[in-house]
Design a protein around this ligand. Structure first.
Ligand code: CA
Length: 233
């Protein structure tokens, strides 16, 4: 694959040499520019000096852990952060997302999954900078954020105010995982942060209206132990 003239730059913060070599080949092989850091401190410095377009951050680092790195980066930059965590550490993933990470990958992951996460993070950053339209569309689902019209296969879908707010929030962050806490704070306000059942109930109602088979959702995907993701591809 030939590299575009101004390829997006990925900052990889990873202490494991094998993982670093694997990711380096994959990222550079797919046309991205790459900056490497082996510790949290190096990662923070590299983020400031190289202004990457996306940061791929291992949570288990030898000096400062990835959670702390995420929190420190979020003090001054909105560059998307995709964290890499070991399997089974749902708690750490949720903490990283709540600290401002955009998404996560669980080891072991495939190259397709990694590349999809990078694309979503870059698209999302572009959307937040005002590039890209106010219409979200995937498969038969269309959400027009300007006119607040939701259609499924061209047919209007009638939603309650809360269901629309929930779907619109997910559409603005399509492809990204959103934690229960993030959804609660955004849709119901900070006072509702611990009321996870609000999300469950309204998500079930929303699925009943837009999913052909609510047991195998096409759009509103569950991330077990973490939250939800609106499919974007
Ligand atoms: Ca590590």
């Amino acid at each position: 694959m030939s590299a575009p003239e101004n390829p997006p730059t990925v900052l990889l913060v990873e202490d494991d040499p094998k993982m670093r070599a694997f990711l380096r080949a994959l990222i550079e092989g797919n046309g991205y520019a790459l900056v490497l850091a082996e510790t949290g401190a190096q990662g923070i410095t590299a983020a400031a000096t190289h202004t990457p377009d996306v940061i791929l951050l291992d949570l288990g680092l030898p000096d400062v852990d990835g959670l702390e790195v995420t929190a420190r980066l979020r003090e001054w930059t909105q560059t998307p952060i995709v964290v890499i965590s070991a399997r089974g550490l749902e708690g750490a993933k949720v903490k990283a997302l709540d600290a401002g990470a955009d998404d996560y990958l669980t080891k072991p992951f495939g190259s397709g999954e990694l590349l999809a996460r990078l694309r979503v993070a870059l698209r999302h950053a572009a959307r937040m900078q005002g590039e890209g339209g106010a219409v979200f569309e995937v498969d038969a689902l269309r959400v027009d954020l300007a006119t607040r019209v939701v259609t499924l296969g061209g047919e209007p879908v009638s939603l309650t105010a809360t269901e629309y707010k929930l779907l619109a929030y997910m559409a603005r962050h399509a492809g990204r995982v959103l934690t229960h806490r993030q959804i609660l704070v955004e849709v119901w306000g900070p006072a509702a942060a611990s009321r996870a059942h609000y999300v469950r109930v309204h998500m079930a109602n929303l699925r009943a209206k837009i999913e052909a088979d609510t047991t195998q959702p096409r759009y509103l995907l569950t991330e077990v132990g973490v939250g939800y993701r609106l499919a974007s591809e």
